[in-house]
Ligand binder design. Sequence first.
Ligand code: ADP
Ligand code: ASP
Ligand code: MG
Length: 441
Amino acid sequence: MNESIKKVVKFGGSSLASAEQFRKSAAIVLAEESRRFVVPSAPGKRFPEDEKVTDMLLDCHRLASEGRDFSARLAAVRERYELIRTGLGLAVSLDEAFAVIEENLHKGCSRDYAASRGEYLNGILLAFYLGYAFVDAAEVVFFDEDGIFDGEKTNRIMAERLSQLESAVIPGFYGSLPDGSVKTFSRGGSDVTGAIVARAVMADLYENWTDVSGFLMADPRIVRNPQPIKLITYRELRELSYMGATVLHEDSIFPVKLAGIPINIRNTNRPSDPGTMIVPAADSYGESVITGIAGKKGFAVVHIEKDMMNQELGFGMRVLQVLNDMGMCFEHLPSGIDTMGVVLDEKVIAGKEREILAAIARATEPDHIEIEKGLSLIAVVGRGMIKTPGTASRVFAAVARAGINVRMIDQGSSELNIILAVEEKDFERAIDTIYREFIHA
Ligand code: ADP
Ligand code: ASP
Ligand code: MG
């Protein structure tokens, strides 16, 4: 068995959306002998108005479950694969695979099964094209009875299976439940599979090939031409991903972190760009004290005021107990001497606002309590901040100069990030303003 450098390469949907993109991806794989384990997504969009195959399959499932005719939709899925197959001149047939999928849709298959077929079919084509073995992810990625990913079982069985192979294609996004049925990760989950495979084969590097030249300092849809990040730590990245910088699925950090494997985000359309290196730890930081900015809309904050609450034993506990009893997670908990804010996801509390306020009021007898909705959270992340006093004041001064009202602030104790809440209407402008404060390009 080959003991030299091993890389796991994951290709996102746009990198495998057409025959032309398949060619680029395959050329990347075959350019280095080390690129032995490949994780494909389902075909993504070929142009902005195009559909992702995963969405088309979910639509087939919806129609099937409503007892409606899905044949035209499934034919459209089939057409996507046929274009790739014939475009590459591959002598492999998907007839049987499609017959099985159609039958299962008729028989009332699960939504996850339908969604997962995008990766499954792409995996078959890619394995054939590369001349690599095909390993069905259902045989090597496992979830437990509760649908929770079982990292240890997966690692054991996958490591054993892949150690017998020189090279392989393992479709992303899904695995199986103890009863053998298919279960998927959440959307964008092929990134997670890539990380799991990297850990299982003890890869030297996990390359994640997408349609941007690395992780940019801010969402390119908000900031014009943001700079790429050369190097970022896992923890910084996790903060950014959690806050909506969705280049990489947030759960894809854990498996590689466990094994200390770096991730390299690369651009399939510009393979010579170095991309972003994501590493376990870094002492120094780059030209800018902040590494990146990300944010999300759709938050609410419960403001609680009570004189001297900080001296009242168990105050915070009682607030959290209420949320716990209602089965709700909170996002942030900024607090002052007489005030406490509880930041919640609007989707989680929808329709229960009055109930929450009443329950917290009963539990804490506050002087004042109110809920404010329509907020967005922005995270300014940087390992350099801890060493550079004044970063927070620069952030707030810049935002204030732009006439934006900051509704709440929270600085994590790690000093890795500063979180601020602004009204949703100010979201994009606040991110752009903060970016310009630190990057003069
Ligand atoms: P893939 O299909 O390859 O997994 P994704 O669409 O999941 O790709 O992720 C890449 C996209 O993420 C980019 O095209 C870009 O629009 C978006 N994006 C959001 N935030 C950032 C960021 N900070 N840096 C780079 N891309 C970002
Ligand atoms: N195909 C899946 C999705 O569209 C998973 C992925 O692309 O990573 O979400
Ligand atoms: Mg993705």
